[in-house]
Ligand binder design. Structure first.
Ligand code: PNS
Length: 159
């Protein structure tokens, strides 16, 4: 059985992320969506909130599970028998950002990174843009799943 992981901050999960997760789930036996902590970013949602939002979105995908990790990705992949990661590429900028990480991870443990090209309709979406639009009262239909839109509306009400 081949288990892969889709790592990311997912703060919050977008329709672009979900597209990559679903496409990975169609290719591999088991996909772990791994919520990580990116210390260079200030998160809006706690890891638990991010995991729950993702779980609500993937509950119909039997081979997708959700987990959380705060250490090195390769330590997670090694200890969970994961031989590859799957990530989405929206643009050349993403490629330049991802390439050294994929190469470093490969050097560390030999773990592979597979890249899926983002579906064009989702190519402009990022968690950061969607959060900014939503928190300023803009329409994020087509960027975020409904449960995430509702969660951002609640956060907006708390500000
Ligand atoms: O969604 P993001 O914030 O762009 O993805 C962040 C990710 C998963 C790339 C990053 O948080 C990460 O790799 N975290 C784990 C720490 C780690 O292993 N760093 C070394 C990478 S070579």
């Amino acid at each position: 059985m081949t288990t892969v992981c889709c790592p990311g901050s997912f703060d919050p999960v977008t329709l672009g992320h979900l597209d990559i997760i679903k496409r990975a789930a169609a290719q591999f036996d088991h996909v772990v969506v791994l919520v990580t902590v990116n210390k260079s970013k200030k998160a809006m949602f706690t890891p638990e909130e991010r995991m729950n939002l993702i779980r609500e979105c993937v509950h119909e995908l039997p081979n997708v599970t959700v987990d959380h990790w705060e250490g090195l990705l390769v330590d997670y992949t090694t200890t969970h028998d994961i031989t590859a990661m799957v990530k989405g590429l929206r643009s050349g900028l993403d490629y330049e950002y991802e390439k050294p990480m994929a190469q470093a991870n490969s050097k560390l443990t030999g773990v592979e990174t597979f890249f899926l090209l983002t579906t064009p309709a989702y190519g402009y979406i990022s968690s950061s843009i969607a959060k900014e639009v939503a928190l300023l009262g803009g329409d994020v239909t087509g960027m975020l799943p409904d449960n995430v839109i509702a969660a951002l509306e609640r956060k907006r009400g708390e500000l």
